[in-house]
Design a protein around this ligand. Structure first.
Ligand SMILES: Nc1ncnc2c1ncn2[C@@H]1O[C@H](COP(=O)(O)OP(=O)(O)OP(=O)(O)O)[C@@H](O)[C@H]1O
Length: 772
């Protein structure tokens, strides 16, 4: 501490911090109290403080309390960050004016309204980009399309705790980012945190990339994808503060557990009231019905457990339903559905032709192209109703005139008087009858006409497409062979017989819903963040884009963790070329989460996959090598894991997870823990929150996206095979820890360690050996 306090500017900086906090306090008070109370409070607050930093005198504060007033939203923020108003400073000299500016960067912005001087600059403001982006020396930044040049002479970081200045660090070209190192060596809290003070340049480039363009990020495990995506949202909200409506934004996460995991960081970043959901829930909301869905992980488990009857065919089917070729089939079908909505008969009211079928077809096909099909029909109905309303008088007049003329002719014609009388009386009756008929038709003809249009629900349409061999075969003829068509339809028929849908049906359902009926306004978000996007299918992404009619997506994922690759994305190129052609593509290769030792081991495992992905570079932070323990009996194994975990706790680790390959393995592990250990464990489920003070037992696929101080990968019954899906699951599990990784099993080969370089990890030979 002594050492740290020695920074030559410590006194000055401590004074500045004091001033800032007093200023915040005054602003808060001015905003929250009336004039008189404020004056009293101000006197109290200013006692003993030198306002050297401020250009605003005591008097002007007193007389101009209105200049201090802020909105309640701003006051809320000031209160929140009162304990830590800023985390960094930059000294910047503008090229045009040669004036030096000292800018303090924090999570809130505060200006002296009188002098227009910034007291705290928001980390998302254009000039703050210099802190993240600029080296010392000549720099530039962009604001509202203009470039500003200048000279950066200082970048300084602060550690402030509860209003106390703990540390000051100056960053120059030679020092590495010590603050980053410090923050990475901290413990995990079961929750994602904000990283505004240590955002790295490559990450900053993603956060601040053009907000009017979609972005796709391929990022290694632990490279900060989730974190960065949320910071980008925060940046978006700041940049478009005036036009921004939280209901325009949506985060799509893999499951409820994950939503809970990110929930605390959002308010911290000023991201509030936005829709956070899963793809499944979103589609259910869009179609407005709670369909019965086969458990989305069922197929994954079946692939992992290799207990599918025809695995190759099933893989093909899943892949096909996820592809843009299936979308093509749905598109062909949609064209035909539209065909059934094009009327052949003109629209008549009684004998009057009010609107021709040809004109109606033109409206439906072209004029209302921007609308979903059934909404086009609603429009048509309104058009017809309007026409009837305006033509009504004319039609009645025409008919009246017609009969009156007839009557006139009869009355004034020569001939038999009796016959004429009869004719006139008949004509009069006819006139009354026809007029009545006409009036009735005026009331009912639109509804009658509209009855000729089809009226089916979404499920009818989907079922017709996928279970009717003839119909499906017609659209798929040039894309699939007969055997494939047969397999496809019989699979769908059996699902339909049990009134079930599977995950891969959702893209098509969403797509059809949007095209035929539309999506309700409150679900029509404009800006979407997708995390773990590697598990989305091409069709899913396409359906979302098409349904929401926007390409403003932030898509982050990692193909190396694509455990659903049988249906997920295998190539970002396709996403770029065929779905988001406007998108920029970025990669994050550095991993911030874990130590060099753990990352090197995980990288070695990944080599087995021969993916064309660059090797993940760990940020230099060392720790112990991963270690393998021979497990022995179940009881012995649980005893030594318990022993190991207790040691981890003693070393200061806070969160520990035991990861098993599958859910079944985790259920077994939980049972053994309950039997043989006094540690409290939580067998994590998808829709649960993580309990902070229990050991988490979680399956490898569910652990995706999460992180823990230490991870123990255990095997009591199942082992990882040298196959793609298992390698990816193991890779996911191995990249979860921040600090420590251990394996407990009966042989290193259970975790494929026999494929890895032996010097990357340690092995304990016997159970008797003391656990390190
Ligand atoms: N610049 C940074 N400063 C401090 N911590 C960082 C930084 N970048 C990332 N981290 C930390 O690294 C960890 C991993 O981040 P995150 O979970 O966002 O990565 P990810 O790419 O989504 O990982 P995965 O794909 O494995 O789920 C988090 O603890 C995060 O706080």
């Amino acid at each position: 501490m002594e050492e740290k306090l020695k920074h030559q500017d410590y006194e000055e900086e401590a004074e500045r911090l004091d001033f800032t906090r007093k200023y915040m306090e005054i602003v808060i008070k001015a905003s929250e109290s009336d004039e008189a109370t404020f004056r009293d409070q101000l006197k109290e607050a200013l006692e003993g403080i030198e306002l050297a930093e401020s250009s605003m005198s005591y008097m002007s504060m007193l007389t101009n309390s209105n200049l201090l007033r802020r909105t309640s939203e701003e006051v809320k923020k000031l209160k929140k960050f009162y304990g830590k108003p800023y985390f960094a400073r930059i000294d910047y000299e503008r090229a045009e004016t040669h004036q030096k500016e000292i800018l303090y960067i924090g999570k809130v912005s505060l200006f002296d309204k009188e002098t227009q001087q910034p007291i705290i600059v928001d980390w998302r403001s254009p000039v703050a980009n210099l802190y993240y982006d600029g080296r010392l020396g000549d720099v530039s930044y962009e604001a509202e399309g203009e470039e500003y040049n200048g000279y950066l002479s200082l970048k300084r970081q602060y550690i402030i705790e509860d209003g106390q200045l703990e540390e000051i660090r100056d960053i120059d070209l030679t020092t590495t980012d010590e603050l980053l190192q410090m923050s990475l060596s901290e413990s995990a809290s079961n929750r994602l945190t904000e990283i505004v003070s240590t955002i790295q340049e490559e990450q900053n480039n993603i956060i601040r990339a053009d907000l009017n363009k979609p972005i796709i990020v391929q990022g290694a495990a632990g490279s900060g994808k989730t974190t960065i995506a949320l910071h980008r949202l925060s940046y978006f909200i700041y940049t478009y503060a005036e036009r921004f409506n939280p209901h325009d934004l949506m985060i799509l996460a893999p499951n409820r557990l994950f939503i809970d995991y990110i929930s605390e960081v959002l308010p911290e970043l000023g991201v509030e009231n936005i829709l956070q959901t899963t793809f499944i829930d979103y589609v259910k909301a869009c179609i407005g019905k709670n369909i019965k869905l086969k458990h989305p992980e069922e197929k994954l488990l079946a692939f992992i457990n290799r207990d599918l009857k025809e695995p190759e065919k099933m893989k093909w089917l899943t892949d096909f339903k996820s592809s843009l070729r299936f979308r093509d089939i749905v598109d062909r079908y949609l064209l035909d559905i539209l065909g059934t909505m094009l009327p052949k008969e003109d629209f008549y009211v009684s004998k009057f032709r009010v609107y021709s079928a040809k004109k109606l077809r033109k409206l439906i096909q072209y004029e209302y192209q921007y609308l979903p099909y059934y909404r086009r029909l609603d429009k048509v109905k309104r058009v017809l109703q309007n026409h009837v309303r305006t033509d009504k008088k004319q039609m009645i007049e025409k008919m009246t005139n017609f009969y009156d003329a007839k009557l006139d002719r009869a009355l004034y014609s020569k001939g038999d008087a009796e016959k004429r009388k009869l004719f006139v009386s008949k004509a009069l009756d006819k006139k009354v009858e026809e007029l009545q008929e006409l009036k009735k038709a005026i009331r009912s003809s639109v509804n009658d006409y509209m009855k000729h249009f089809p009226k089916h629900d979404l499920f009818y349409y989907y079922k017709e497409l996928v279970t009717n061999r003839e119909i499906f075969g017609k659209y798929a003829a040039d894309l699939l062979d007969e055997e494939q068509i047969e397999f496809f339809c019989s699979h769908q028929i059996s699902l339909s017989q049990s009134r079930l849908y599977e995950m891969e049906d959702l893209a098509a359902l969403l797509y059809l819903q949007a095209k035929i009926y539309g999506i309700s306004q409150e679900l029509h978000v404009k800006n979407i963040v997708i995390d773990e996007a590697q598990d989305y299918s091409y069709f899913q992404l396409y359906a979302l884009k098409s349904a929401l009619d926007t390409d403003m997506f932030t898509i982050v994922g990692d193909l190396a963790q694509g455990i659903h690759s049988y249906r997920g994305i295998k190539d970002w190129g396709i996403v770029l070329d065929e779905i988001f052609p406007r998108a920029s593509y970025k990669t994050l290769q550095k991993s911030y989460r874990t130590t060099v030792e753990i990352m090197n081991t995980a990288n070695d495992l990944l080599k087995l996959l021969k993916l064309e992905l660059p090797v993940v570079e760990p940020v230099v932070r060392h720790g112990k090598k991963p270690i393998f323990y021979f497990a022995g009996s179940n009881e012995n194994m649980i005893a030594s894991i318990t022993n190991y975990i207790n040691q981890l706790y003693e070393e200061g680790m806070k969160t520990v997870a035991v990861i098993g390959k599958t859910k079944e393995e985790c259920i077994k592990l939980t049972k053994y823990f309950e039997q043989y250990s006094n540690l409290r464990v939580q067998c994590l489920k998808e829709n649960e929150e993580i309990n902070k003070d229990e050991v988490v037992i979680v399956s490898s696929h569910l652990s995706k996206g999460l992180e823990f101080d230490a991870v123990i990968i255990s095997s009591v019954a199942e082992q990882f095979e040298a196959e793609e899906i298992d390698i990816k699951l193991l890779y996911v599990a191995m990249t979860r820890p921040l600090h420590r990784l251990a394996f407990f099993g009966n042989s290193p080969s259970v975790f494929l360690l026999d494929y890895l370089k032996p010097d990357l990890f340690d092995v304990t030979e016997t159970m008797n050996e003391p656990i390190r």
